[in-house]
Design a protein around this ligand. Structure first.
Ligand code: PLP
Ligand code: COI
Length: 370
C-alpha cells in the first residue's frame, strides 16, 4: 500500500456542488457522460520539458485548428479506476501499471512519456479533490481518463514539439453495468483491429476510431462487442474492442484458464495481468496460448470450453454467453463458476473486503482544507 502525495499547483473550484446537485447529475449516467468538477492539465515543450502542471476546474479547452493531434492522431490515453472501500477510504487500483502503459503508448507514437510521478500525482490529486463524487454504492467507481495529445500548431508531417496532458474523471457502474450478465459478441471476419507491427499494444486514439465500423456491424447483428482475430492469418482470437479475453477449460477442481498471448497486436490489459495473478493465488493453472475461432467453436460444442469471459477496467469482468459471425454462431456452456470466483477476488481487493496481498491499492487520503 502506497500513499501518494502531490506537488501539483491546485486551483479548485470557488464553490463545490452540493451533495444533492451531485446526486442529481449522477442519476443513471451513461459511461463517460458526466464528469467531476476538476481536471488536471500539464504541458510539455522541447525547451521546457513538463511544466504548468495544475489541477483546475473542469472546463472546455482551446485548441488551434492546425493542431497536430487533431490532424495526424498523435493521441494516447489511459483508463484507470478509484474505488471506495467498505471503510470509506478511496484508493486507486494499480495506477503505477497504468502509468507505465501510458509511457509505452506515448513512446510508440513518438511522444514524450509523462514521468510516473506526474501521472501518479495527477491521478491522486484529482481523486482526492473529487472523491465526494464517488458514492458508497459498492458497484460504483471513479474512472480516470488521462489523455496526452500533440498540441503544437503545425501541419508538417513529423512528431510535434509541444504536448498537453489532461486527466478527467467520471463516476461509472461499469461499461455493462455491475452484474455478471453475459454479453453476445460478434466475430469480425471482415475487419482487423490493428496491423502486425502496428499500434495494437499502444492505447492510441486511432485504434478505437478504426474499430467503429466493425462495432456497427456487431450492433446490427445484435451483439455487444467485436471479437478481433489476428491481422495476419485471420484465424487466432485476440481480444475485444475494449477488453481482453479468457477461456475456462474443464470445470471444478480440473478447471484451467487460457488467454491469448501478448503478441504485439493486443493491448496488455492490467485487469488481464491481475486476473492471471489471482488465478495463480487460487491454484488455477493458466496458459498464455493462442486459440483459433474454430477451436473456440468446437471447444464450446464439445464441452471442453466451459466458460468465456472478457475483462477490462471499464467493463470489469464480463461473461461471454454467445458468439456470432457472418457464417456461424454458438453459445458458451457452463454456469460461470470460475468467472464468478475470479471476479469476486478482484472486486474484493478493489473494495477492500479482501486483503491486498499484491499492493495494488494506492490510498488517496483526505482533501486538505479549502
Ligand atoms: N483491450 C483493449 C483494446 C482495451 O481498450 C482495454 C481497456 O483498456 C483492454 C483490453 C483492457 O485493459 P485494462 O484491463 O488495462 O483496462
Ligand atoms: C477501458 O476499459 O479503460 C477502456 O479504455 C475501454 C474503452 C472505454 C475505451
Amino acid at each position: 500500500m502506497t500513499t501518494v502525495t502531490t506537488s501539483l499547483t491546485v486551483h479548485p473550484v470557488a464553490s463545490r456542488l452540493s451533495a444533492a446537485d451531485r446526486a442529481a447529475r449522477l442519476r443513471k449516467p451513461a459511461f463517460g457522460s458526466v464528469f467531476t468538477e476538476h481536471m488536471v492539465s500539464a504541458r510539455w515543450t522541447a525547451e521546457r520539458g513538463w511544466h504548468e502542471a495544475e489541477l483546475r476546474p473542469f472546463a472546455p479547452i482551446e485548441m488551434p485548428p492546425s493542431m497536430v493531434g487533431l490532424h495526424y492522431g498523435q493521441v494516447v490515453f489511459e483508463g484507470l479506476k478509484a474505488f471506495r472501500g467498505e471503510n470509506g477510504e478511496v484508493a486507486l487500483f494499480r495506477p503505477d501499471e497504468h502509468a507505465e502503459r501510458f509511457r509505452n503508448s506515448a513512446r510508440r507514437l513518438m511522444m514524450p512519456p509523462p514521468p510516473v510521478e506526474l501521472f501518479l500525482e495527477a491521478a491522486a490529486e484529482l481523486v482526492r479533490q473529487d472523491q465526494d463524487w464517488l458514492p458508497a454504492d459498492p458497484n460504483m467507481s471513479l474512472y480516470l481518463r488521462p489523455v496526452l495529445f500533440a498540441s503544437e500548431a503545425d501541419l508538417g508531417l513529423r512528431p510535434a514539439v509541444e504536448y498537453r496532458l489532461l486527466v478527467i474523471a467520471f463516476v461509472t457502474e461499469g461499461f455493462f453495468g455491475s452484474t455478471l450478465k453475459p454479453v453476445t459478441v460478434w466475430l469480425s471476419e471482415e475487419y482487423t483491429r490493428v496491423a502486425a507491427g502496428g499500434t495494437g499494444a499502444a492505447k492510441c486514439a486511432g485504434n478505437y476510431a478504426g474499430a467503429y465500423a466493425a462495432q456497427a456491424q456487431a450492433a446490427a447483428h445484435g451483439c455487444d462487442q467485436v471479437v478481433w482475430l489476428d491481422p495476419v492469418e485471420r484465424k487466432w482470437v485476440e481480444e475485444l474492442g475494449g477488453m481482453n479475453l479468457f477461456f475456462v477449460l474443464g470445470a471444478g477442481d480440473r478447471a484451467s484458464l487460457l488467454t491469448p498471448p501478448l503478441t504485439g497486436t493486443i493491448l496488455p490489459g492490467i485487469t488481464r495481468a491481475s486476473l492471471l495473478t489471482l488465478a495463480g493465488d487460487l491454484g488455477i493453472p493458466v496458459r498464455e496460448e493462442r486459440l483459433s475461432a474454430a477451436e473456440w467453436r468446437d471447444g464450446c460444442r464439445g464441452g471442453e470450453i466451459t466458460e468465456v469471459f472478457a475483462c477490462g477496467t471499464g467493463a470489469r469482468v464480463c461473461p461471454v454467453g454467445e458468439v456470432r459471425s457472418a457464417t456461424d454462431s454458438w453459445t458458451v456452456p457452463g454456469r460461470g463458476e470460475v468467472t464468478a470466483r475470479l471476479a469476486e477476488r478482484l472486486f474484493g481487493i478493489q473494495r477492500g473486503t479482501r486483503p491486498d496481498h499484491h499492493g495494488w491499492l494506492h490510498h488517496i487520503g483526505e482533501r486538505g482544507a479549502g
